[in-house]
Write a protein that binds this ligand. Structure first.
Ligand code: NAD
Length: 238
């Protein structure tokens, strides 16, 4: 039987590329995104179902899993990918921006795992991949709150790897470098990198890494994705 996949942030960039890739491999897809038009467009393209909602709301994850259950009766693969830059400047702290970044990038992942695991376990097990970032492994200076949220989800993945493996669910993360998506379009960082001739990842390259992360044997695998290099598991020293 073909896999049922749930992807958050599926209307654009990495999430849309993952959705297209999984669908091309035969998966039936449930798409979640704040952007209703974008989610509908990608869903119609891949023949999937979609939910326009905010991942920072715990109801969204419950509704998305219920949509998977009512439409397809199972859930095998989950890509918790929706994410935003924070834009928090410590010299002019904006509490609303801070809470928003934590809500989307951290709560959205926690709620997704919590809601998805029971149906995945009922379906005989499966795999969850979280989109972290290279900023989840090393301390980039540009957006410290973004960096914090991406480190946080790496910690969650590492801590949940064994408990989830016990119920047949593998969890891992991808940690991509700079990827040319709408998230970074028009930013000064992108312009600087392009001017310096620094290669950017494409959403499709990251999607290929996400697919391999779904099948990583070791629970808790953190796959580092860099332009022109085969994705490699990250190893903490010691
Ligand atoms: P993107 O902006 O192209 O796509 C993100 C999608 O998430 C959008 O469709 C957006 O509508 C959706 N979204 C945002 N907030 C949401 C919310 N609260 N609820 C539901 N959907 C929401 O960006 P992208 O580059 O494809 O980013 C995807 C993930 O990859 C993010 O977690 C991002 O942090 C991460 N990432 C991006 C890069 C990069 O350089 N682009 C590098 C490493 C990691």
């Amino acid at each position: 039987m073909s896999n049922v996949a749930l992807v958050t942030g599926a209307a654009s960039g990495i999430g849309a590329a993952v959705t297209r890739r999984l669908a091309a491999g035969g998966a039936r897809c449930v798409l979640v995104d704040l952007d209703a038009d974008g989610a509908q467009r990608v869903a119609e393209e891949v023949g999937g179902v979609w939910l326009a909602a905010d991942v920072s709301d715990p109801e969204t994850a419950r509704q998305a899993v219920e949509l998977a259950r009512s439409t397809y009766g199972r859930l095998d693969l989950v890509h918790l990918n929706a994410g935003i830059s924070s834009g928090v400047d410590f010299a002019a702290f904006d509490l609303a921006r801070y809470r928003r970044a934590v809500g989307v990038n951290m709560d959205g992942v926690v709620f997704g795992v919590e809601a998805a695991v029971p149906l995945m376990a009922e379906s005989g097990g499966g795999a969850i991949v979280v989109t972290s970032s290279l900023a989840g492994l090393v301390g980039f200076g540009g957006d410290p709150v973004y960096t914090m949220t991406k480190h946080a989800v790496v910690g969650l993945v590492r801590a949940l790897a064994q408990p989830l493996a016990a119920v047949g669910v593998r969890i891992g993360a991808v940690c991509p470098g700079f990827t040319d998506t709408p998230l970074v379009a028009g930013t000064s960082v992108r312009e600087t990198l392009v001017r310096a001739g620094f290669p950017l990842l494409s959403a499709e390259e990251v999607a290929a890494a996400v697919e391999s992360a779904f099948y990583a044997e070791e629970p808790g695998t953190l796959l580092v994705v860099q332009p022109g290099i085969h994705p490699v598991p990250y190893r903490y020293a010691g």
